[in-house]
Design a protein around this ligand. Structure first.
Ligand code: RAM
Length: 899
């Protein structure tokens, strides 16, 4: 009967993270045979070498046996951790009978640099840059703009000697711009688009790589190539024609630390002794516009020792400035998957259309053969127009055109490095012959957040909806959570994110991802205490909008519920308090009448306009409710009382201002009812009238939702809560306009920005704002897992320490979801047929659950026997037509049978 600690993570990351200045936190999940298992005690060891752990010694920290069931946020409390070093840790636990587990497989983490000695380094650009006319997809205006802003990539190199006796070699790497580093002819690490997007004037992330195995005694070489990225390329729709948002020159910062057996440390630093060139193959690169490579200019062997760099130029370098250099907090971006074409068709002679069958973010790797100087052009788009041609009008200035110039030296492979596109279709032109299926690869690129959830049910339409929303998340979690991956916007809208976050965090482990983006949100905060509408915010002029800024309060709370992250709450708390003061300042009558700034309201509703004041006030009440809960979690009783009182005040102001005695809410819109109910803004005696009005408002639309993104996020949970889950199910299965099913019938493989992004009658919506890969309307995903499949945290449970398994089956015949929580895997898997409802449940050790399933008049069995007598089942009751069982950890198969 073993119990085993698994999934060891430090600062929410399984892969070797580099920590900042704070003492790191550890967590682990448990795996055990049998039922009702739990952890009674733990012991953590942290050591400077793995061999010490094998001897059960933690030279840096030995927590000793701690009598506690705690498995999340266990904070390091040992000797100071020396900078620029690697550490190893493991954990052992004792189960409920005090039997010890084996030690977990050790894992490691690193400490970052205390201070940098390297200099920002860039090639001398005094020479003619050999500017080249980029591909502007036939748009002269765009061409002029790109010409002005984009320059050839910088290449930098340096050789160095390594003496014998090397023990460890570590690279610390970042850039102003994007960087790829090569060592002795091969790329270091597998990251893409590093160092990602931050406000580079305030904070730049760096990555750390162990390269010990890649070095040899004697001559070695480093080579770095740089791209514009978010630092100096085109960003957002406000980039207009300028580019160069944070700076106009890309620069490298890099340190290679060589540690020798005798304790000596040598450093290879970016600085004046490097050589540089701007005459290399990458003629320009831009995240939105695309990239061009001229293979005739490839420098063979440039990152290997012995390369002839006499034509390369000296470099310039500059010392560090005030921007903080911090280790990357989140998983890096990577090529996470590869897609094969599902079809390749000739459009016209020399022009082929490739369909990858899936809308996604990334780029294409292409293998081609042809004459020297031949230009191969790759255009990327999400849709086809009525003539079957690539549709790119909705991209705005984000041209998404890559081009490759062949060297004529036989088969050549091209893969862009410093751009990213949102697309399903690729148009290739300039090839001598039709591309072979194996020559075209769709590289799926995003932040490598670990998948933790799965969902499937008996309705294929709903399964497609789920796949679409997962792909939309994958396409948009790219360094930050963007609204869309394709057009000239791609911004971290906090409103969209907070709607989707409950879903996002059930699909992927986004704990580390938000640890990073949360810092971007704080960097974008305004001096007056309000939050920006998106982050990072390079322009600094949109802030405080209802439903947007409020997300900065909601997301930390969601994280605490999912991951048990008090550190995150503490970090954000003072900022949230200031925001609440900012809200209160101009709204003494507790209605949010002023300070609404851009005031987007219930964004993109079709045919119903919800009062913006009502909308804003509802969010304020919700903020106050979450603030009260967070204050309680932080042990701030006074603040909790303050915010409870504020919430009650706003709710009653809301009710008197907007709710009539018969339950009619101002405007009579679906969203007004959903807010009143979902944010608990009407008194108990009016709830059922308001609920009835909500139902009427949906019936009036022939059982369709016409809300915008904010109303939609509440629809299914609220309908289920008022006892009308039948309507929630009906919405899931609707196929005519407006509905998720409608977009699926039009072939959607991701969630659309707008219900009417494309309609059979009108065709495409206005190209100025029409994305087919926007997650906000995918916020229904959490209800698929929590409602249909029925996996929910119990009220007030931290990191799923107590779970409620309560499926909402509707007319479906089966559904299954799993969620790999920080504590371990949770599964709910139900099926019904004649006279029987079967529910298989898995609950991880240390967790208890309440299981609720329909009573069919007969008995409740578990494993074929009476459930109440089953091992691990603490109690069984029949209440209001449902069975309710309290259980401990383990796997169970319940069956509710007819009389
Ligand atoms: C659009 C974005 C985003 C939305 C804002 C208000 O530009 O695409 O989805 O939240 O506007």
């Amino acid at each position: 009967m073993t119990i085993t600690p698994i999934n060891l993570r430090c600062e929410h990351r399984a892969e070797v993270p580099t920590i900042g200045s704070e003492a790191p936190r550890f967590d682990w999940a448990l795996e055990a045979e049998g039922r009702g298992r739990s952890q009674r005690a733990y012991r953590v060891l942290v050591a400077s070498a793995p061999a010490l752990l094998a001897e059960e010694t933690g030279d840096l920290w030995d927590s000793g046996r701690v009598e506690s069931s705690r498995t999340v946020e266990v904070r390091y409390d040992g000797k100071p951790l020396p900078p620029a070093s690697e550490f190893f840790w493991t954990v052992q636990v004792w189960d409920e009978r005090s039997e010890a587990s084996a030690w977990a497989e050790p894992v490691s983490f690193r400490a970052g640099l205390e201070s940098w000695e390297a200099h920002w380094t860039f090639p001398d650009r005094s020479e003619d840059l050999l500017l080249e006319a980029p591909d502007a997809d036939g748009d002269p205006e765009a061409l002029a703009a790109i010409m002005e802003a984009l320059e050839p990539s910088s290449y930098l190199r340096r050789e160095f000697e390594v003496a014998p006796g090397l023990r460890r070699a570590t690279v610390f790497l970042t850039a102003r711009g994007l960087v790829e580093l090569e060592l002795n002819g091969e790329k270091v690490g597998d990251e893409a688009l590093a160092p990602g997007w931050t406000d580079y004037h305030k904070r730049i992330e760096y990555s750390v790589h162990d390269v010990t195995a890649r070095l040899r005694s004697g001559a070695n070489a480093l080579g770095a190539s740089l791209g514009e990225g978010w630092y100096s390329g085109f960003v957002g729709m406000e980039a207009k024609d300028t580019g160069h948002l944070y700076g106009n020159r890309t620069e490298l910062l890099c340190e290679l630390h060589l540690e020798f057996e005798d304790g000596r440390v040598e450093k290879v630093l970016s600085g004046p002794d490097w050589r540089g060139s701007v005459r290399g193959p990458r003629r320009y690169s831009d995240l939105q516009r695309g990239e061009r490579e001229d293979a005739r200019l490839r420098f063979d062997g440039w990152s290997e020792p012995g390369f002839d760099d006499r034509e390369w130029l000296p470099v310039e370098s500059s010392p560090l400035d005030d921007a903080a250099l911090v280790p990357a907090k989140s998983q890096p971006m990577r090529v996470v998957a590869e897609l094969r074409p599902v079809s390749i068709q000739q459009q016209r002679p020399g022009v082929h259309l490739v369909d990858f069958g899936q809308n996604f973010s990334g780029w294409v790797r292409l293998t081609a053969t042809g004459e020297a100087g031949a230009l191969v052009r790759l255009r990327h788009g999400e849709m086809l127009d009525a003539d079957g041609e690539l549709y790119t009008e909705n991209l705005g200035k984000a041209k998404q055109v890559d081009s490759f110039i062949l060297s004529g030296r036989g088969e050549e492979t091209f893969e862009p490095r410093f751009t990213i596109h949102g697309f399903r279709y690729l148009e290739v032109s300039g090839l001598a012959a039709a591309p072979d299926e194996s020559a075209v690869t769709g590289c799926v690129v995003h932040s490598d957040t670990p998948p933790v959830g799965e969902f499937a049910c008996s309705e294929e339409l709903v399964n497609q909806l789920y796949r679409n929303l997962v792909w939309t998340q994958r396409s948009n979690f790219v360094s930050i959570p963007t609204d869309c991956p394709q057009r000239d916007e791609r911004l971290g809208w906090i409103g969209d994110a907070c709607l989707f976050w409950p879903t996002a965090s059930l699909n992927m482990d986004v704990a580390a991802f938000f640890a990073k983006w949360g810092e971007d949100i704080l960097d974008a905060k305004r001096p007056d205490g309000s939050y920006s509408d998106f982050a990072p915010d390079p322009w600094g002029y949109w802030n405080g909008a209802p439903g947007c800024a409020d997300g900065s309060v909601a997301i930390p709370w969601i994280h605490h519920c999912r991951y048990g992250d008090l550190t995150l709450l503490r970090r954000h708390w003072p900022h949230m308090e200031r925001f609440m003061e900012w809200l209160a300042k101009d709204n003494p009558d507790l209605l949010r009448k002023r300070g609404r700034n851009r005031d987007y309201g219930d964004w993109l509703a079709v045919g119903e306009e919800t009062s913006r004041e009502l909308f804003a006030t509802a969010y304020w009440a919700r903020d106050a409710e979450l603030m009260a809960r967070m204050a309680a979690a932080l042990g701030l009783a006074d603040r909790a009382a303050h915010y409870e009182e504020l919430r009650a005040g706003i709710a009653s102001a809301f009710e008197s201002a907007y709710v009539e005695p018969d339950g009619r809410v101002e405007g009579d819109t679906q969203t007004a009812y959903l807010f009143a109910l979902g944010f608990d803004l009407v008194s108990a005696e009016r709830r059922s009238d308001v609920g009835a009005r909500l139902v009427e408002s949906i019936e009036r639309r022939d059982w369709h939702l016409v809300t915008g993104t904010h109303g939609l996020a509440l629809a299914c949970p609220v309908l289920a809560e008022i006892g009308r889950s039948d309507i929630a199910h009906r919405l899931l299965l609707t196929e005519d306009f407006p509905s998720w099913g409608y977009s699926i019938r039009q072939g959607a493989t991701t969630i659309w920005e707008r219900w009417d992004g494309y309609t059979e009658e009108r065709g495409f919506q206005s190209p100025t704002m029409n994305s087919f890969n926007h997650y906000a309307l995918g916020a229904v995903g959490s209800w698929l897992v929590e409602g249909v499949a029925g996996i929910r945290p119990a009220p007030d449970a931290v990191a799923f320490e107590r779970v409620l398994i309560e499926p909402v089956p509707g007319e479906m015949s089966s559904a299954r979801a799993s969620y790999r929580s920080t504590r371990g895997e949770i599964v709910s898997d139900w099926l019904r047929d004649e006279g029987r409802f079967r529910l298989a449940v898995t609950i991880p050790p240390n967790v208890t659950a309440t299981v609720v399933l329909p009573s069919l008049g007969g008995a409740l069995l578990e494993g074929g026997k009476e459930a109440a007598a089953a091992e691990g089942v603490a109690s069984v009751q029949e209440i209001d037509g449902n069975w309710r069982a309290e259980i401990g950890s383990g796997s169970y198969v319940f069956e509710s049978v007819a009389a």
